[in-house]
Design a protein around this ligand. Structure first.
Ligand SMILES: NC(=O)c1ccc[n+]([C@@H]2O[C@H](COP(=O)([O-])OP(=O)(O)OC[C@H]3O[C@@H](n4cnc5c(N)ncnc54)[C@H](O)[C@@H]3O)[C@@H](O)[C@H]2O)c1
Length: 262
């Protein structure tokens, strides 16, 4: 049976896609834990949700540290009594040619995007093991990307991390299904957030041109004719977090307005 109040942790939800996911899950009836490296944006998001009458708290932490995820889960349990959905959304991008990639940069992007996702899976699964939830299906949802299906040049390290997130998603789905946990990923396309501003700016630095040029160039690839919004992504995550997706696991669907057709 589905509990009366479902509880979600969303990492990287102080801004961008994570914030839209947290807002959408709150509208869906979830109590939400807004977890972010940036404690200020996390608290602003949580306060906005509380002002609208939703249940939300903020917590600061770095997803590349296992203890941060344990703290996020403990916050969910202390504030709202349980955990139903864990969204490993936080991620970073690096925009450079692979020939220039340093070991420290490679370690940093894997620490956040890949290790951060693994630690989130582990912390959520450990909490789910403690809950006697009967047939209620618990969720783990990870941020991959269209770059996790086909690698992008200038985003080589980033693409590698997002391929790895798909691998973790599939393996975790296989391992956790018997514990009534589904594990899926969402693969956004070109979303108008700070991350794409950073990508565009760095491409101008590396390749020349004017601000906005590369976002425009890549946007021309979008079948639906417009840049993706964080809400476009959140609508899909809302489905994954709902009972309607209880029979879906191990998938990494591209929600990209029609850029890649694989
Ligand atoms: N923007 C896009 O076009 C796009 C496309 C595909 C996938 N994605 C993925 O979606 C996710 C969200 O992207 P976004 O565009 O909203 O990014 P964003 O940069 O706008 O927001 C990322 C958030 O994550 C937080 N964060 C970063 N590192 C963290 C850490 N170590 N610990 C905790 N929090 C941390 C930041 O403080 C920020 O609030 C990322 O995983 C990204 O790779 C984005």
């Amino acid at each position: 049976m589905t509990p009366e109040t479902r509880v979600a942790v969303v990492t990287g939800s102080g801004q961008g896609i994570g914030k839209a996911i947290a807002e959408q899950l709150a509208e869906d009836g979830y109590a939400v834990v807004i977890a972010d490296f940036n404690g200020d944006t996390a608290e602003t998001t949580a306060a906005e949700l509380r002002e609208q009458g939703f249940k939300a708290v903020s917590v600061q932490g770095d997803v590349s540290k296992p203890e941060a995820h344990q703290h996020f889960v403990q916050t969910a349990v202390a504030e709202f009594g349980r955990l139903d959905t864990y969204v490993n959304n936080a991620g970073i991008a690096q925009i450079k040619l692979l020939k220039d990639q340093t070991p420290a940069e490679m370690q940093q992007i894997f620490a956040v995007n890949v290790f951060g996702t693994l630690y989130g899976i582990q912390a959520a699964a450990a909490q789910y093991e403690k809950q006697a939830d009967g047939d209620h299906i618990r969720k783990i949802i990870n941020a991959s990307s269209i770059a996790g299906h086909i690698a992008f040049d200038m985003l080589g390290a980033y693409s590698a991390t997002k391929f790895a997130v798909r691998g973790l998603t599939q393996a975790a789905a296989k391992e956790l299904g018997r514990h009534k946990i589904t594990v899926n990923a969402y693969c956004p396309g070109i979303v108008g957030t700070a991350m794409w501003e950073q990508i565009d700016n760095r491409m101008v630095e590396e390749l020349g041109g004017t601000p906005g040029q590369y976002l425009d160039q890549y946007s021309k690839l979008i079948t639906m004719g417009r840049v993706e919004t964080p809400l476009d992504v959140a609508n899909y995550v809302s489905y994954l977090a709902s009972t309607k997706a209880d029979y879906m696991t191990g998938q990494a669907v591209q929600i990209d307005g029609g850029i890649q057709f694989i």
